[in-house]
Design a protein. Structure first.
Length: 343
């Protein structure tokens, strides 16, 4: 199914995605478009805290690190505590949960999620890091190669808890892209690598080009999503104790960036063209819509936003769903955000 068709289906279901809290706290609905502007190109429609600190079939609902739109318009959400959830496309209510594990049965630190064209799930874990293909019921079907340099030290030069966070398929479905959260040892702080894989005729993926992206000072990259024209939506995020979260949304263009797969150290040298980026919004500037925070935040709407999915696209206008990872922590919230973005 073509991307536009999938997104159109998803939009119909997600237009009322936060109705599950319509009669209770944690729900906000737009009163007028202008009152919901975060920037000239981004506005927030609503948010929902309805799934915060809930359980489903004995599994904690939260720790969400990624979202993806399925072919039928429903959602999949991956938890970094080794759980893959199916969510209703209209209400966001959990409908299914599948445990995830590696080949030895050990838990994953699952961070990125792509639903491939055959319905299988590509899921990244930042422990090694790794990308595996899973069936809908959680069976491992394949494992992708990872460049040695991107492996966590001492096997490679990646820092612990700073590897594959974002995962997305580029237009056409033949190229997979994963974003590192933080820079490798030996690279300039803030310059993170985006690795790609090319789909082979046998349906597997082989290593492809690599690009460099400069995150803002003190921020990492928790999520990236491809757009139909080849550009990317990139989330940048950071946290300062006693202050709270910083979350920014960028439009990025990798199409003229240098292939850095053969560059050992990225130090801002001449001849390396980084992925270009344009700020769409800093979430701190969004109206709070009555949100409350359990810990200090520069805007009570903010939390540890980590997952993102494009749920609708038409003529340069996007519907984007974000979710925060509460880390199963009483001071954090599982919160969904519905944005409208003009690119």
């Amino acid at each position: 199914m073509r991307l536009r068709t999938v997104l159109a289906t998803a939009t119909a279901g997600l237009a009322a995605a936060t109705c599950l809290t319509a009669a209770g706290p944690g729900y906000a609905h737009p009163n007028s478009p202008d009152s919901h502007a975060c920037s000239p190109t981004v506005s927030i429609d609503r948010f929902s805290d309805a799934l915060d600190k809930t359980t489903y079939e004995g599994t904690f609902v939260g720790n969400f690190s990624a979202l993806a739109v399925d072919r039928d318009g429903s959602l999949a959400a991956v938890s970094d505590r080794s759980a893959l959830f199916g969510l209703d496309g209209r209400t966001l209510a959990p409908e299914a949960v599948v445990p995830l594990a590696d080949e030895s049965g050990a838990a994953l630190d699952s961070e990125g999620l792509v639903i491939d064209r055959d319905g299988t799930r590509l899921i990244s874990s930042e422990t090694e890091p790794s990308i595996r293909r899973y069936s809908r019921d959680g069976k491992i079907l394949d494992r992708l190669p990872v460049p040695d340099a991107l492996k966590v030290a001492p096997a490679g030069r990646a820092v612990s808890n700073g590897t594959f966070e974002g995962l997305t398929l580029l237009p056409g479905g033949r190229t997979l892209l994963a974003s590192m959260e933080y820079a490798l040892n030996g690279d300039t702080a803030g310059i993170v690598r985006f690795q790609t894989w090319r789909r082979t005729y046998g349906g597997h993926f082989e290593l492809g080009r690599q690009y460099a992206y400069r995150a803002d000072t003190g921020l990492g990259v928790p999520e990236v999503q491809a757009l139909p024209d080849g550009r990317l939506l990139v989330l940048e995020r950071g946290f300062t104790s006693g202050v709270g979260n910083t979350v920014r949304l960028y439009l990025a263009d990798p199409r003229r960036a240098t292939d850095t797969s053969g560059v050992e150290n990225l130090t801002g040298q001449d001849g390396v063209r980084l992925i270009g980026k344009t700020l769409l919004t800093d979430i701190v500037n969004c109206p709070s819509l009555g949100a409350t925070a359990k810990q200090p935040q520069p805007n009570p709407l903010l939390d540890n936003i980590e997952g993102m999915a494009v749920t609708g696209y038409s003529k340069g206008r996007l519907k984007v769903l974000l979710v925060s990872d509460d880390n199963q922590n009483a001071a954090q919230t599982t919160r969904f955000y519905q944005l409208r973005v003009r690119i």
